[in-house]
Design a protein around this ligand. Structure first.
Ligand SMILES: N[C@@H](CCC(=O)N[C@@H](CS)C(=O)NCC(=O)O)C(=O)O
Length: 214
């Protein structure tokens, strides 16, 4: 197959419709108008990298393209952007060059990772009464409080000339996922909820709802 045709072949996203890191990439794909087929990872307890599109970390999302395989949400989003003919103006994490914005991005990604650990330890039947679990929950609550306090200022500090930012997509996927997976009630986070309501007006959000794959 000629290179040009290979590049245009539909990429496969390996992930789950219930996963927040996967949703980040699905929102990016929708924003870039790139059609991806979803290969669902049904068993997150599998230790076989082949079940995760070859990712040795045994994590999703992964994007399989004719060019190669991309591990992790940020790599996937960048790969999608490079494939896109639209090439919208995206603010990436490395563009966040002041503490407020850089720390907001760090805490959003850490809160997402903490949520994964809490959910996975519950799934694997680990006791949720141990000291590490309690520390992770405390950290998650602290991070969400920090984000609630600082989100308005951080969002206002984003460059106005943008079509999209990794910060907004990850923040939206984090806050809505906490509620979806009953990890933490979010009703009291009024600024974060307002942001989510506004961000949810984007068609890319409506096209990628959280749901459990069957
Ligand atoms: N650094 C990775 C983290 C991905 C991640 O933690 N994904 C979760 C699903 S949302 C996962 O694969 N969990 C399986 C596990 O923890 O074993 C990224 O940014 O994509």
């Amino acid at each position: 197959m000629p290179d040009a045709l290979e590049e245009s072949a539909t990429p496969t996203l390996v992930g789950r419709s219930s996963s927040h890191f996967t949703r980040v990439t699905r929102i990016f794909a929708a924003e870039m108008r790139i059609r991806c087929s979803l290969r669902v990872v049904h068993d997150l307890m599998s230790s076989d990298p082949d079940d995760y599109g070859g990712n040795p970390a045994l994590r999703i999302p992964v994007l399989q393209t004719p060019q190669g395989v991309w591990f992790g949400a940020l790599n996937v989003c960048r790969a999608l952007w490079r494939r896109s003919s639209l090439r919208p103006h995206v603010i990436w994490p490395e563009d966040l060059d002041e503490p407020l914005l850089a720390n907001a991005q760090e805490l959003i990604l850490q809160a997402m990772a903490t949520e994964v650990t809490l959910i996975m330890s519950k799934l694997s039947d680990a006791s949720d009464r141990n000291a590490h679990h309690a520390k992770m929950r405390a950290g998650l609550v602290n991070m969400m409080s920090w984000l609630e306090e600082n989100a308005q200022a951080a969002l206002a500090a984003l460059p106005t000339q943008r079509d999209l930012s990794y910060l907004e997509v990850t923040l939206f996927c984090l806050v809505t996922h906490l509620e979806f997976r009953n990890v933490l009630p979010t009703a009291s986070y009024s600024h974060l909820n307002l942001f989510c309501q506004q961000f949810a007006l984007r068609p890319s959000v409506g096209e990628t709802p959280y749901r459990f794959d069957t």
